[in-house]
Design a binder for this molecule. Structure first.
Ligand code: ATP
Length: 237
């Protein structure tokens, strides 16, 4: 498999405070890769740099052979990367359908937008049933589905998911991970940040372990799952 995404020696700062100190990693086309590590280790910052919300101070981000570090976020969406943000940012006073159409803001033909909505509804029938319902009245899990569905509306090749199970019941979280699996089976490569390490490793093939702004290990997900001692050593108990 070829590399769809490469980070080489990525440095990112918030003002004067450095958050990433030289992160290097690769994601191959078709993979699900998890970023794990303690709070504040730099996982979300890495996703934000890839999606163009933060500008790296040093290093490269290469997507499908093209350098994208520091490119404007909407151009990055246009190239095929979509991010579903950490808190489920749905528009509460808009319907499920309207929220989805906002995810295809780069597409101007209504027929094409509706076709994509149809694809999302086919994959998430629960959203279809709630077509006209206001997003603010959906359950937490449904809002998370909607946020992921909206990210899929730009037809990304790479989907960045930040904490998709945040605030969900274990059952709902499992459902969301089942969706992630399905999305991946339909050809979308996924880079996932997740506090629920067990869920993350059960859907991912590989994981990068972050510690204070650095990658300290790269492991096969199944291997990590089978070695709780190693996992707790990485995650600080
Ligand atoms: P978490 O799971 O808690 O979100 P994380 O591994 O995703 O952790 P980041 O959110 O990437 O970690 O944070 C990395 C570092 O950057 C932390 O020290 C954090 O305090 C800092 N940081 C994150 N966002 C900001 C911000 N908007 N302004 C200033 N510092 C920030």
């Amino acid at each position: 498999m070829s590399n769809l995404l490469e980070l080489n020696d990525l440095h990112v700062s918030y003002g004067k405070t450095a958050a990433l100190h030289g992160v290097s990693m690769t994601v191959r086309a078709g993979e699900v890769v998890a970023l794990i590590g303690a709070n504040g280790a730099g996982k979300s910052t890495t996703l934000r740099a890839i999606s163009g919300l933060l500008r790296p101070t040093r290093g490269d981000i290469v997507f499908d052979g093209r350098p994208i570090g520091g490119m404007e976020a909407h151009r990055i969406v246009g190239l095929g990367i979509a991010q579903s943000p950490e808190e489920r940012h749905v528009w509460p006073a808009m319907s499920v359908y309207e929220n989805l159409t906002l995810g295809a803001y780069l597409c101007r033909q209504k027929a094409e937008v509706d076709k994509r909505v149809g694809v999302v509804y086919h994959r998430f029938p629960r959203l279809k049933e709630r077509h006209r319902q206001l997003a603010g009245t959906l359950s937490g899990g449904e809002q998370q589905m909607l946020a992921i569905g909206r990210a899929l509306m730009s037809e990304p090749r790479l989907l960045l998911l930040d904490e998709p199970s945040l605030g969900l019941s274990p059952r709902m979280a499992e459902e969301v991970f089942e969706f992630v699996r399905e999305i991946n089976q339909h050809g979308v490569t996924v880079l996932l940040v997740e506090q629920n390490v067990h869920n993350a490793l059960s859907v991912a093939s590989r994981a990068y372990v972050f510690e204070t702004g650095r990658v300290v290990a790269e492991r096969d997900a199944a291997g990590l799952l089978e070695d709780p001692g190693l996992l707790s050593a990485y995650l600080g108990g």
